[in-house]
Design a protein around this ligand. Structure first.
Ligand code: SF4
Length: 292
């Protein structure tokens, strides 16, 4: 069994070292760390980590006496979920709307300012406020989800009982409380219709109804769709309308799922159907009309 990282809590300085390592590996002299402006504490910590790295000689001209120079700048990014997608992220860094664009060309050929660019998404595991010990943690890929929930998270606050666990953000996926014996890896999670995504774990107990969770997924999809392609822009609104009206599963849901999965321009739209299906599976009969 893979161990939980001994340091446990997420460390901005170590995360920065990984970004610096990526610069060395691909011979890049310049790096940007984008942190969303809605997270001022994270921005301050990352800026402090960059300052420390320059002071220690890990960054700047002639790193530790070598001929290598690496500069890293922290950028205060405009908030939008899809701006985490690599082409949307590059567009927003260039001052444009954070919208995805078709690939190819890939950013490794034509990226930021048309230069070859490696986009490296940092994904510490973050545990939501319903956990007894919420926060950001570093764990190795392959750690059991059950261990993360019980050993790091300490279970739920006030002894509440977990009903469903959302992994990887609103469009990641859901696991039922009795299905946590899964390893935190893309392959294992995808077998359950879930995805690693940004590695956030959100715990749901009895206080939230499955219908509210379903509505929230569609509300999030409709609000955060960047609007660049009509299957996702229109489809996410249609899904929200259907969820609001309590439309039971059937042909219309299936048509909408197919459209989103097959015709969306980026992974945002394509992830909506599997997220909804995994929610239905995790809640089973509790979600009226959606049981297996
Ligand atoms: S799938 Fe959604 S988020 Fe992605 S490009 Fe289309 S509208 Fe934008």
């Amino acid at each position: 069994m893979a161990p939980v990282h001994p340091a446990g809590r997420f460390d901005a300085f170590r995360a920065l070292a990984d970004r610096r390592g990526a610069c060395f590996a691909c011979g890049a002299g310049q790096g940007l760390v984008l942190v969303r402006s809605e997270y001022p504490a994270a921005l301050a910590r990352m800026r402090e980590a960059v300052g420390q790295a320059y002071a220690c000689g890990h960054l700047g001209l002639s790193v530790h006496g070598t001929t290598t120079s690496v500069d890293i700048q922290v950028v205060d990014g405009a908030g939008s979920y899809v701006a985490g997608e690599e082409t949307a992220l590059i567009a927003s860094l260039e001052g444009g709307r954070g919208c995805a664009r078709p690939r190819p060309p890939y950013p490794t050929e034509h990226g930021l300012w048309d230069a070859p660019t490696v986009v490296n998404n940092a994904e510490p595991v973050s545990l939501s406020e319903r956990f007894a010990r919420p926060g950001c943690y570093e764990v190795e890929l392959g750690t059991s989800v059950q261990r993360i929930v019980t050993e790091l998270g300490g279970g739920l606050k006030d002894g509440a009982e977990l009903v469903a666990l959302q992994i990887g953000g609103p469009l990641g996926g859901f696991l039922a409380a009795d299905s946590l014996d899964v390893l935190l890896s893309e392959a294992e999670l995808s077998a359950w219709g879930a995805a690693l995504g940004h590695a956030g774990l959100v715990a749901f107990d009895e206080r939230v109804t499955p219908e509210e969770v379903l509505h929230h997924v569609w509300e999030f999809a409709a609000a955060e769709s960047c609007g660049a392609c009509s299957p996702c822009r229109v489809g996410s609104r249609r899904g929200l309308d259907m969820a609001s009206a309590g439309t039971p599963p059937g042909q219309e849901w299936e048509r909408l799922s197919r459209l989103l999965a097959e015709a969306s321009l980026c992974a945002f739209g394509r992830r909506i159907p599997p997220a909804v299906h995994s929610l239905a599976r995790a809640y089973g009969d509790r979600l009226a009309g959606w049981g297996p």
